[in-house]
Design a protein around this ligand. Structure first.
Ligand code: P5A
Length: 465
């Protein structure tokens, strides 16, 4: 993309209404614009990051064997009366009426709708196990929408629902989700710690929240410092394997890590004092197992192997896709702006032309731009007629992890400069070498996708490429 043809309305001033750094930077970097309280337009740069995050979520869900679909945002009140949640949900639910005076609502979640679908089509245990998910906008009329996309009223969520024959199988689905979430967050450059939590209006006995540690987080958390040494890394997990998923769950949940809702001071104090941590965190996901409550109410039963009619065991699993954009910025920025992890960056590399209009420099930038695109990368070429200082400031603000600077002085020596946004370190090299180096840096991120195309072909993965 050429910056002169893009829409990147960066702000010089710090917007007064934004209280936390991610909100300020998203406004300053021209990523979002508030439409009304807690409701945002996603401007091109913000939209690109949102899509990158969504893409990773899809890839990891599909890798875990879960099946994508799409349900509507508007739901009928009647469905929620069957589950009893129409009245229980309270003022957080946005209720509306259509022209025939039928009561509708903008879905805050989809347990009822998906259970109704499964109840209508799934009749035998042979169709199980089944996990369906979608990525769809939700609405929760939060009392205090704040911090930009972190606590929105309209927000994008990945929500998945498992249907299983027994509690044991549903707990395998729970573990499988925990494992896939760990991998999902790590690909986004985040450490998200699973913590014992409270189930709230979703209900159920088993639930973990995933928290990214940050001073601006809305949740108070207590944990054993050892947990922050754990990483999921490059391990290959067979998601169908009960013992493998169980082992990962145990590894990541055996140390003390709880939100304030489930905090137990007695247990916490048994951890050696030097390892006890009290901090704040951003909740970027939550998983639940809640048994047969929704299935019984909405009629989701199947015939088991013995021919008996039994209710399905269910759980639901959510990732805050739009909240993640803010959470990643909270975890990765400096005084100059955002620093995108390679996994989610809106563009792979920025090209800064130090002397726009100089025929030699322009030609070198054009050639580099084409060479990067030919390697499957998306460069953002700052071809505006601006001072070098202004170009650097914009690049630092929008946070692309790599920048290639092209100027007449370097070109005389046959070099450009490759700079890391994170460390600030620069290295001179030929334009060809710079393009090759950037391609190499991103190779592991692209390999995630390449490795999946073959085995996942039968699950229509290609539609997400
Ligand atoms: C699980 C999926 C559920 O709704 N039903 C379907 C279950 N869980 S949850 O914890 O309530 O939400 C899942 C994730 O959505 C994000 N989230 C929000 N993001 C931005 N603004 C909000 N107001 C908001 N509310 C929830 C969180 O990341 C949460 O973990």
């Amino acid at each position: 993309m050429r910056l002169s043809r893009y829409f990147l309305p960066v702000l010089k001033e710090t917007p007064a209404e934004a209280q936390i750094v991610s909100h300020r930077l998203m406004l300053r970097a021209g990523m979002i614009r508030q439409a009304s309280a807690g409701i945002y337009s996603w401007l091109p740069l913000g939209f690109k990051v949102l899509r990158r995050i969504e893409q990773i979520v899809h890839e990891e869900q599909i890798r875990a064997g879960h099946v994508p679909m799409l349900m509507p945002t508007l739901q009928s009140a009647d469905l929620w009366r069957v589950s009893g949640r129409y009245d229980a949900y309270g003022p957080e639910m946005l209720r509306l009426k259509d022209r025939h005076d039928r009561e509708m609502l903008y879905g805050p979640t989809n347990e009822e709708m998906i259970t109704e679908i499964v109840a209508n089509y799934v009749t035998s245990y042979k169709a199980l196990p089944l996990t369906l998910y979608h990525v769809q906008w939700k609405f929760r009329d939060e009392v205090r929408p704040r911090f930009g996309v972190m606590r929105g009223r309209e927000f994008l969520m990945k929500d998945g629902y498992n249907f299983d024959l027994s509690k044991d199988m549903a707990l395998h689905a729970y573990n499988r989700h925990l494992v896939s979430y760990l991998r999902t967050y790590e690909r986004m450059g985040l450490q998200a710690i699973p913590m014992r939590a409270d189930s709230g209006p979703i209900g159920g006995d088993y639930t973990h929240e995933f928290l990214v540690l940050a001073d601006t987080g809305e949740s108070e958390v207590f944990y054993d410092a050892e947990i922050t040494d754990l990483t999921f890394g490059e391990r290959e997990i067979d998601y169908d394997s009960v013992p493998q998923c169980q082992a990962v769950l145990e590894e990541f949940t055996s140390r003390y890590a709880r939100t304030d809702e489930t905090h137990d001071a007695g247990l916490f104090n048994q951890i050696p004092e030097a390892r006890r941590r009290q901090a704040r965190g951003i909740e970027v996901g939550q998983i639940f197992y809640f048994g047969t409550e929704y299935s019984e109410k909405l009629g989701a039963f199947v015939q088991n192997e013995g021919g008996e009619r039994v209710p399905l065991h269910m759980g639901s699993h959510g990732i805050g896709v739009s909240r993640l954009v803010g959470a990643i910025i909270e975890a990765s920025h400096d005084e100059k702006g955002i620093i995108w992890p390679e996994g989610v960056t809106p563009f792979h590399v920025g090209i800064v032309n130090l002397r726009q209009g100089d025929s030699g420099t322009d030609a070198a930038c054009e050639a580099l731009y084409k060479a990067l695109k030919a390697k499957g990368l998306e460069p953002l070429y700052d071809d505006r007629d601006e001072r070098a200082g202004a170009k650097f400031a914009s690049m630092d603000l929008i946070g692309l992890p790599w920048r290639i600077t092209v100027g007449p002085r370097g070109l005389e020596k046959g070099v450009v400069e490759l700079t890391s946004r994170r460390t600030g370190d620069s290295e001179e090299m030929s334009a060809e070498d710079a393009a090759a180096r950037v391609a190499e840096i991103y190779a592991p991120h692209h390999a995630h996708v390449a490795a999946m195309v073959e085995p996942m072909a039968d699950r229509s993965f290609h539609t997400w490429l």
